[in-house]
Write a new protein. Structure first.
Lengths: 329, 264, 263
């Protein structure tokens, strides 16, 4: 479906000193900075997969997506999507892909969404019967039937995003690129978008590439993760393996009624106490989880305790703060 | 930070913005000069079929002087065309000025000063080129200074007009229409295409009761060493600027109430 | 054939979207009409005033020059109707990286890039200017041949103007900031609003060949005013073909330049 080999995208920008002197000087004297936004990237994605593309801001995720969709041209390397070179921008290719960007809109701002959908129908030559059926179906699932005839500028971000999604999927693409589709949305709207993508995938089985900074998105949708940092691929594999990248210890935290007087039992599990000693976070090896938890519950006045819900979030955070951890792999 | 520093910093930002895209900057500089050279010089050279011909009292060199000074006046006075506060309002960037400890009018006035200084430098540079190619001859130093000062005043007038039309974005979806309309009207009626003395007598008679001649025709004449329109021009422009100031304050208050009420 | 129909269908959608948009801003619609009117009046007024003082411009009299001017105004109307707004949008879209979706659509990107926004208000000034054109044509005692040739000449001129302007607009892919390019575009338009006979030397040669903005209006006039100068028509056709090809080549280069700024 998608294959890249040694893919590179180079950007050139220039430095400018502040102020009028710098402004005038920059008219002729510019020191250019070259940066590989994507560097020697190898990737292989199969049909029907949902792959999460993770990485900090500016890591090259969006650049990668834009190369996959043919919007920008790679500087070098091989790239094939659905058997096409995206930048040839063959019409058959463009009819098979979709790109949804949480930060950009393809709906016309000053007219109702339905007018934009009709335009898209014309773009992709969607037969009227199919169009009506798909609009009705998606609008129902997303609960936006009432919004189709409202001016887009009057919609909330969440409502607009649902309609963006509809607009992008009307032509039933084989590959869907989702670039931060839930950014800035409230929890309920995020959930709605995720559930929609999930059910859409179950029904039509498209290949989906997703970027997001919300680990909940990744956790609930993706089975495979690709981590990109500074344009390089740092991890590619099963989401369960990603969780174990920093070890298999389970993170468990306990809250106490009163601060335990003897804290020595916790020390060997890398205990992190809060300031007044009322709660602690531990990294427990999997095989000791039950035994030690039982011991704590029995011997201390525990109010409540929890294991972490989103281990990938912790892993991501650690890796972003200390990228060198990856090099020990 | 004292308010003065805020102004200074805004002016500096304006300079960086203008020069950030250098080809763009270059085009904006040479554009007017090129048009002057290609259209005005070609047109009038073609109109004057022989060297000693006089049209309405103007010889060919005089006519070219007139248009060369028109170029300088437009460069100096109409720099505020780039001030686009309408977009700030239309695209909802207004909110940031309501939060900044720096006012909307201060920001845009500072930007105007920023453009104005750049345009002034460009005007001087163009003037030097025109002198060099013998297309203008300079008046006496005092006349030149008076003409520069007067033209700067016209610049402030243009800015206050752009400010008003920009503010209309509170109600209008597009403000460029208003701006273009006003510009077309002024360019034609103020003598920057054809000297006002060429207009039919009845039109000249009407025009003298309007501010239009004061905007281009008067400053051109000042640069060419004729002072007669100065007093009337000064009065007209000053009154207009003061009037615009009050109108702008009023529109701003009304618009802001609309803005904050609707949460646009 | 099917794809022509499809393009037609897409364009119909553009028309209806633009119309919906424009009519929802009624005051602006009205102001656009006023702008067009002022533009026409000041252009014609300039020639009136000028010819009060001179008998002829080159070998053209007042009627001929005004016929030429109205011909150019009609081309401006066509451009205002279908093309102009898009140039300004292209500039902002390029800076904001908003062309992403345009590039994704399975049609030639020129359609949404250059023809997406229409300005329906131009239809009204178009009608007025066409009426004026007939008025001046009558004053010049046009023959049947002239009247039959007129639509074809207009079509060719509009083609050349569109192609040249689109090619110039593509330069925005290099400059990113479009104001300068749009500014130059407008200046070239005003150059072409005077007949070629006022220009001389290298300037004229360049503006007739390398950047043939003068051909747009002057070539048809030369033929209409003197049928023996039919080679101007040939010249016009060649320019259309050559620059269509250049436009095609520049597009291939331009789209590589697109960097798609992230929001």
């Amino acid at each position: 479906m998608i294959t890249t080999k040694k893919l590179i995208k180079k950007y050139v920008s220039y430095k400018k000193q502040p102020g009028i002197k710098g402004a005038i000087k920059s008219l002729w004297d510019r020191s250019f900075i070259e940066k590989n936004a994507v560097d020697a990237f190898d990737l292989e994605i199969g049909k029907g997969e949902i792959v999460g593309l993770l990485g900090p801001n500016g890591a090259g995720k969006t650049t990668l997506m834009k190369m996959f969709t043919g919007i920008i041209v790679p500087s070098s390397g091989d790239l094939e999507v659905l058997g096409f070179n995206p930048f040839d921008r063959k019409k058959e290719f463009r009819k098979k892909i979709a790109l949804v960007m949480g930060q950009k809109s393809q709906l016309w701002w000053d007219i109702p969404a339905m007018d934009s959908l009709h335009l898209i129908k014309a773009y992709y030559e969607i037969p009227t019967a199919d169009f009506n059926e798909r609009v009705a179906e998606m609008a129902k699932i997303l609960n936006v039937e009432e919004l189709l005839h409202v001016h887009v500028r009057k919609l909330s971000l969440g409502e607009r995003m649902k309609l963006e999604l509809m607009a992008s999927l009307l032509h039933q693409p084989e590959v869907i690129f989702l670039d931060e589709p839930t950014i800035g949305l409230d929890l309920v709207a995020q959930d709605a978008i995720r559930n929609f993508i999930k059910s859409y995938h179950e029904k039509y089985n498209p290949t989906v590439i997703l970027t997001s900074h919300y680990m909940q998105d990744v956790q609930s949708l993706c089975s495979r993760l690709v981590l990109i940092m500074n344009g390089e691929k740092k991890f590619d594999g099963d989401i369960l393996d990603f969780e174990k990248i920093l070890g298999t210890d389970k993170v468990v935290s306990f809250n106490f009624e009163t601060s335990p007087s003897d804290k020595s039992a916790f020390e060997k599990y890398n205990a992190k106490w809060d300031l007044n000693g009322l709660s602690v976070e531990l990294a427990l090896p999997q095989q000791e989880l039950r035994a030690f938890s039982g011991y704590v519950l029995e011997h201390f006045d525990v109010i409540d305790f929890q294991t972490e819900k989103l281990p990938i979030e912790r892993v991501m955070k650690q890796l972003m703060l200390r990228p060198e951890l990856l090099n020990h792999e | 930070m004292s308010n003065f520093k805020k102004w200074l910093e805004t002016i500096r930002i304006g300079w960086s913005m203008v020069t950030a895209y250098r080809l763009n900057f270059f085009l904006l500089i040479i554009g007017p000069a090129l048009v002057f050279y290609f259209i005005k010089v070609s047109l009038w050279s073609a109109v004057y079929t022989d060297k000693d011909m006089l049209i309405n009292g103007y010889s060919l060199p005089q006519m070219l002087h007139y248009h060369a000074w028109a170029l300088i006046v437009v460069l100096m006075a109409q720099s505020s065309n780039g001030v686009n506060l309408g977009e700030d309002i239309r695209f909802g960037r207004m909110s940031k000025y309501l939060i900044y400890p720096f006012n909307f009018w201060e920001f845009h006035t500072a930007s105007f000063i920023s453009f104005q200084t750049i345009q002034f430098v460009i005007a001087i540079f163009t003037l030097a080129l025109l002198c060099f190619s013998d297309l203008v001859s300079l008046p006496s130093f005092s006349n030149l200074m008076i003409a520069f000062a007067y033209t700067s005043l016209v610049g402030i007038f243009w800015f206050s007009v752009q400010y008003t039309t920009g503010l209309l974005a509170f109600w209008l979806e597009e403000t460029w229409t208003m701006r273009v309309m006003f510009q077309l009207l002024v360019n034609f009626l103020s003598g920057s295409i054809i000297p006002i003395s060429f207009f039919p007598a009845w039109a000249q008679n009407y025009l003298q009761y309007t501010p239009f001649p004061s905007l281009t025709y008067t400053p051109i004449n000042l640069f060419m060493g004729q002072m007669q329109g100065l007093h009337q021009g000064l009065i007209t422009i000053t009154i207009s600027i003061v009037a615009m100031f009050f109108i702008n304050t009023y529109i701003w208050r009304r618009g802001l109430r609309l803005f904050t009420a609707a949460g646009m | 054939m099917k794809s022509v129909l499809n393009y037609f269908n897409i364009y119909r959608n553009f028309v209806s979207c633009s119309l919906t948009e424009e009519l929802s801003f009624r005051l602006n619609f009205f102001l656009l009409l006023v702008v067009d009117a002022i533009f026409t009046l000041s252009a014609l007024g300039t020639t009136f005033i000028l010819f009060d003082h001179i008998p002829a411009l080159g070998n053209w009299n007042r009627d001929q020059l005004q016929f030429f001017l109205v011909f150019m105004l009609i081309i401006d109307d066509f451009q205002g109707l279908v093309l102009s707004s898009n140039f300004w949008m292209l500039s902002t879209d390029l800076k904001a990286g908003n062309l992403d979706f345009t590039f994704l659509k399975p049609i030639h990107s020129f359609l949404p890039m250059f023809f997406r926004y229409l300005r329906p208000s131009s239809v009204i000034s178009l009608v007025i200017d066409i009426a004026l054109l007939f008025y001046f044509a009558d004053k010049l005692h046009f023959t049947y041949v002239d009247y039959i040739a007129l639509p074809f000449l207009l079509f060719l001129s509009v083609c050349l103007r569109f192609i040249l302007e689109m090619a110039i607009a593509l330069l925005m892919f290099w400059t990113t900031e479009g104001v300068g390019i749009n500014f130059i575009r407008l200046q070239l338009q005003s150059l072409s609003r005077w007949p070629d006979l006022i220009y001389r030397g290298i300037a004229k040669k360049v503006l007739m060949t390398l950047l043939p903005v003068l051909l747009v209006g002057s070539a048809p006039m030369h033929f209409l005013f003197d049928h023996s100068k039919w080679h101007y028509i040939l010249w016009l056709i060649v320019a259309v073909v050559v620059f269509a090809f250049i436009l095609h080549l520049s597009w291939e280069k331009a789209r590589i330049r697109y960097e798609s700024a992230s929001s």
